[in-house]
Design a protein. Structure first.
Length: 331
């Protein structure tokens, strides 16, 4: 059984100190990564757009992606080489409020980066953000409402800003900042139209990656049941609790909750710096043996999980373990 509105994992986001170094790392791991894009807004009506908030780039897949996010510099002269400035279209009377909202969100992420570099963003895919918002409200889950955003999507005709809808979940704990839960920024996104997603370019990765299959959330041993219940409300589906693991079938992908003990048993040698934490994620590849060969050729060391899957340790992957698995055959 799965939710009527949540259809999978939309993206996992890593917050990093140095965008240039992060891009180099992920290219060595075999991901195609474009130059980063930085949203821009004028400081005053009629002014020139300047970078604001944070810049990002993606390892894009047909229906999901891995995001690399770094705080934006104060002016365009300090942008990384090759960076693209993406002006956001905001009515002049909403400029001040929009700038303030962006800075609040980035301030929250900066606080996460102070804790550790790594995965601090988990966004689920929904086919109807308004329906997801209504369901969460009925379940007593706080959120900021489904609001319109723009996502840069690159096709053969260039990069365009596609309209999407996004909501952030607020934790019940009043000590948490708005838009954050203990493990980071968690939300849901109603993505761009399918025909535009199908027209994306840059989806071919040297390591053969073609989608996100799983995100692994590590919690303290005594918190597994309570965090599972929290995600049952977020996702609108029951979890499958077995030993030190609780799992959610999202259809196209899955969410796995595990304890520190369970994580160490599954991924020998891996331990999160804090808990709860988005400790690992699984990437599907079209040819697992070829992916391993590519890692060997690039001098990337990897280990084996308890069930035999290759994984790249967190210390070599910007703070979050990357597990590789063979893509499911559809024909």
């Amino acid at each position: 059984m799965r939710s009527s509105d949540i259809t999978g994992i939309h993206h996992v986001g890593l917050v990093v100190h140095d965008m240039g170094a992060a891009i180099a790392t992920f290219r060595q791991l075999g991901f195609h990564i474009d130059a980063p894009a930085y949203p821009a807004l004028p400081t005053a009506p009629g002014g020139a757009p300047e970078p604001i908030g944070a810049g990002n780039t993606h390892a894009d897949f047909p229906r999901s992606f891995i995001e690399l996010l770094a705080l934006a510099p104060e002016d365009r002269e300090r942008l990384p080489a090759g960076a693209r400035l993406i002006p956001l279209h905001v009515p002049e009377d909403q400029l001040g409020a929009t700038r303030a909202a962006v800075r609040r969100t980035v301030g929250n992420l900066a606080a996460r980066l102070d804790r550790s570099e790594g995965a601090h963003i988990l966004v689920f895919a929904t086919y109807d953000a308004e329906q997801t918002a209504a369901r969460l409200r009925e379940a007593g889950v706080g959120h900021g409402g489904a609001r319109p955003l723009q996502r840069p999507i690159t096709t053969t005709e260039g990069t365009q800003l596609a309209p999407i809808k996004f909501l952030e979940i607020d934790d019940e704990d009043p000590t948490m900042p708005a838009g954050m839960v203990p493990e980071g920024r968690v939300g849901a996104a109603e993505d761009a139209p399918p025909d535009l997603l199908d027209a994306q370019v840059g989806l071919a990765h040297p390591n053969g990656a073609n989608g996100l299959a799983e995100c692994v959330l590590c919690v303290d041993d005594h918190d597994l049941r309570s965090v599972s219940e929290r995600y049952e409300r977020y996702l609108g589906i029951p979890s499958s609790l077995q030993g030190s693991t609780s799992s959610f079938d999202l259809g196209s992908s899955r969410l796995t909750l595990t304890t520190r003990t369970g994580l160490a048993a599954r991924l020998p040698g891996e331990q999160p710096r804090t808990a709860p934490a988005l400790a690992a994620y699984t990437v599907e590849v079209v040819d697992l043996a070829a992916a391993e060969d590519h890692l060997h050729a690039n001098g990337v060391e990897f280990r084996r999980s308890a069930d035999g899957h290759p994984f790249i340790p967190a210390k070599a992957a910007l703070g979050a373990t990357i597990i590789l698995e063979q893509a499911r055959r559809t024909t």
